[in-house]
Design a protein around this ligand. Structure first.
Ligand SMILES: [Cu+2]
Length: 290
């Protein structure tokens, strides 16, 4: 059994709760059966955190928050319950359409009691105004890049992995970055803004994989750079912005992560951190315009 830090769960819930612009596109809907244990509920946001088994053909075993289509589905559901649920995934979202309690089991450990990981020693959160520490990466063309190379440009950076199965997580961030390219290009005052997407799954997201991913997103290489590199170095770098990634020992594709998107100024100092997926391209563009 894998323990997920309470903070991660908390941030996940924030992230998913914000992703409720769930207008469905019936044509590309897919539904899956999800079996697992409820760890916590957030009725205000209609979300339930489920530690679930592998969803065949869709995602590995994972602990994730899910939004219920209707808050009534959560009636009578409590932490510790073992549930069968129907997960419907569409192009830009996902939700549970049925939830059935089939048993209950003691909770392994209350998320709130879990110690926060990496409370010290080089993993401290950066505050706005603080310089972003340098780190070394490899870009989508296989070139070595150091983060300091971006000095002189303002940077909007986010963290993803290309195989992320949840449309409301990494793929959503990709779509938003893609959507920012045109307004950035249309505004002469935004010439100095560079988009950077860092993959925290270097085993899968090699430079060629990132390059193909960038092409699919119509990423302009002059504006948008994809980075990968040494996993520990990426983890350490990402953690400074509050990105938390945990990978299962037995299945490296089983990645539990939260979402952070940041603005860094031309001198390499942190300006702002956006948590979860609760932000819009317009908001970031507005913040860049100051
Ligand atoms: Cu993801």
């Amino acid at each position: 059994m894998r323990r997920v830090p309470g903070l991660v769960l908390f941030l996940f819930v924030i992230a998913v709760s914000a992703a409720s612009n769930a207008c469905s596109h019936k044509s590309d809907e897919r539904s899956f059966t999800l079996h697992g244990q409820v760890l916590s509920l957030d009725l205000a946001h209609k979300t339930v955190v489920v530690k679930h088994e592998e969803i065949k053909g869709f995602m590995p075993a994972m602990t994730m928050p899910y939004e219920a289509q209707d808050v009534k589905l959560l009636d009578g559901i409590a932490p510790g319950d073992v549930i069968d649920a129907t997960l419907v995934v569409f192009s830009n979202g996902a939700h549970l359409t049925t939830i059935t309690k089939v048993g209950s089991a003691p909770l392994e450990k209350a998320p709130a009691e879990a110690p926060l990981p990496r409370a010290s020693s080089g993993f401290e959160l950066l505050k706005p105004g603080e310089p972003v520490p340098n780190a070394s990466f490899v870009d989508q063309d296989g070139r070595t890049r150091s983060f300091a190379d971006f000095r002189g440009d303002r940077v909007v950076m986010t963290f993803i992995y290309t195989e992320c199965p949840m449309p409301t997580f990494c793929p959503l961030l990709d779509r938003r970055f893609a959507a920012m390219q045109k307004p950035l290009g249309d505004d002469a005052a935004m010439k100095d803004v560079h988009l950077v997407t860092v993959s925290f799954d270097p085993a899968t997201d090699t430079p060629p994989v990132l390059k193909a991913h960038a092409r699919r997103l119509n990423a302009d290489p002059a504006r948008w750079t994809f980075l990968t590199g040494d996993r520990d170095e990426i983890d350490r770098f990402a953690s400074r912005f509050g990105v938390q990634v945990s990978r299962a020992m037995n299945d490296p594709r089983d990645i539990t992560h939260n979402l952070r998107t940041v603005i860094i100024d031309k001198d390499g100092k942190l300006v702002k951190v956006y948590t979860g997926n609760d932000w819009t391209p317009e908001q970031i563009l507005g913040d860049l315009r100051g």
